[in-house]
Design a protein around this ligand. Structure first.
Ligand SMILES: *Cc1c(COP(=O)(O)O)cnc(C)c1O
Length: 483
């Protein structure tokens, strides 16, 4: 399996899975994709239907990765997808499923269900991929006797998922910047209560953008970056995307009895990583009818799928919403889909994303390519704070099920795209406890808290307060890498 860049690196620029595992963007600024999507046969689908999650993950990853020995890869997926890791759920049987499917009911003739992706250590779907990345990185670094210092900025979900994936891993340190006193008590405690010596929480005296700017400044110091082996784990990482393909298959098998059936998925979306994995599952031959992109008030993706216009937002046009993990101004994985939409024409992708940088977007409305969006199964919708709160209340009253704000955006938009007889699976991307304020507003009660999280906020915290100054962050890294 060879990987190429969406912006057209030539045949000589092709890479293996392991070569792109620790990297981010391709040299030409594009994103990596497989040269061809592997197809699943009818026999494979039948055989995979009954596999435990870890073995299904092995089968799917094997199709994308041919330079890790099979026994090693299988050991890595089995180490990652255990009931003990995905245990923040109702009962042991659900934990064994890793991503259990919860049926809500039948609406407009369509069975409606939630695919639970947030039973892992940080209660958000990012654990699904990040836990695997932690094990893959540790494996790859050990093989080459190397080490890696991961530097990131977070306003919540991504940073904690990365820390819980990397804690205790050999050869890896995490330096995670977060805005001092700007996260919820729960999110702060989740990150800062980690006592692992390879995890460093830096509370930056500023806002999230200050933290982000420091990461950019440090990464742009190429000498420093090389000397201190600085890396990242952002959402464009290919291995993260491919790890997410697995649960589309798992959800399909849970919602159907035979491979003749089709299902639709609704995906609460921000950077387009999650739904990009759904697109890849469909390209592999999984019988997916529709992929429904759900956005919040930051509707750059909904606008594209409705009109063909991709218009990135300025900072002042980006709203802080009650589903904050979807507050994006542009969608960093979107280029992967555009590449396929344009029939894999790298020169046109390069031109369009140059237009994004220079003119703030592009317009495919008049081109024949936009019509193909529906051939790829894509539709979309958006939500607001009011519809979010209404949906949380409605699902609680009707189905006795508490959902978080992002999942509520998914349910709201899913309901606009139901088709009789076709199961609609909404991806549940976080647990309600992470967004307690909106739960209290909607339900006038406290969010449910998994047992392992009782008393989280009163655990001792370990973090360093730093000024919003890249040099001070560099000094901290130098002092704590012993190199
Ligand atoms: C990251 C995140 C999303 C958005 O996922 P993308 O892959 O960026 O589209 C949605 N919901 C939650 C809770 C998240 O943490």
């Amino acid at each position: 399996m060879n990987y190429l860049s969406t912006r057209g690196a030539g045949a000589g620029e092709r890479h293996t899975f392991s070569e792109i595992l620790l990297g981010g963007l391709a040299k030409d600024g594009g994103l990596y994709l497989p040269a061809d999507y592997p197809r699943v046969t009818a026999d494979e689908l039948t055989r995979w239907r009954t596999l435990p999650y870890a073995d299904l993950a092995f089968e799917i990853l094997s199709k994308f990765c041919d330079d890790i020995p099979a026994d090693d890869l299988r050991a890595l997926t089995r180490k990652t997808y255990t009931a003990a890791t995905y245990c923040n759920v109702r009962d042991d049987e659900s934990a064994a499923q890793i991503t259990p499917l919860k049926t809500l009911g039948v609406e407009d003739g369509a069975p409606l269900s939630l695919l639970e992706l947030s039973n892992g250590p940080t209660l958000a779907f990012k654990d699904m991929a990040m836990q695997l990345i932690g094990n893959l990185f540790e494996y790859a670094l050990a093989k080459h006797g190397e080490s890696l210092n991961i530097l990131g900025a977070t306003s919540g979900d991504t940073g904690s998922a990365a820390e819980y994936a990397m804690r205790g891993k050999n050869g890896i340190r995490v330096f995670m910047l977060s805005p001092h006193k700007k996260m919820s008590a729960f999110q702060t405690a989740q990150m800062y209560s980690l006592q692992d010596p390879n995890i460093f929480n830096l509370a930056v005296q500023g806002v999230f953008d200050d933290a982000q700017d420091i990461v950019k400044a440090v990464s742009n110091d190429h000498a420093f970056k090389a000397k201190y082996k600085i890396g990242t784990v952002n959402s464009i990482n290919w291995a993260r995307v491919v790890a997410q393909v697995v649960y589309y298959f798992k959800g399909y098998f849970a919602a159907t009895k035979s491979n003749a059936e089709r299902v639709s998925f609704t995906v609460p979306s921000g950077n387009f990583g999650n739904v990009c994995a759904g697109h890849i599952a469909r390209m592999m031959g999984l019988p997916i009818e529709k992929l429904v992109v759900a956005t919040n008030e930051n509707d750059v993706l909904d606008e594209f799928f409705r009109t063909g216009i991709y218009r990135v937002r300025k900072a002042a046009e980006t709203y802080h919403t009650s589903s904050p993990s979807m507050d994006i101004s542009k969608a960093s994985n979107f280029e992967r889909f555009v590449y396929d939409l344009l029939g894999r024409d790298p020169a046109r992708v390069l031109q369009l994303f140059r237009d994004v940088e220079e003119k703030g977007g592009f317009d495919l409305a008049a081109s024949g390519d936009f019509a193909r969006v529906r051939e790829f199964g894509f539709v979309s919708g958006s939500s607001s704070h009011d519809t979010r709160v209404d949906t949380i209340r409605d699902v609680f009253q009707r189905y006795d099920t508490m959902i978080d704000t992002h999942t509520a955006d998914g349910v709201k938009v899913a309901r606009e795209h139901l088709q009789p007889g076709i199961p609609m699976i909404v991806l549940e991307t976080a647990q309600p406890i992470k967004f307690g304020e909106t739960i209290r507003e909607a339900l006038l009660r406290e969010p449910e808290r998994p047992a392992a999280f009782s008393g989280l906020e009163s655990l001792p915290q370990r973090f360093e307060v730093v000024p919003a100054d890249a040099q001070r962050v560099k000094d901290f890294i130098v002092a704590n890498t012993g190199e």
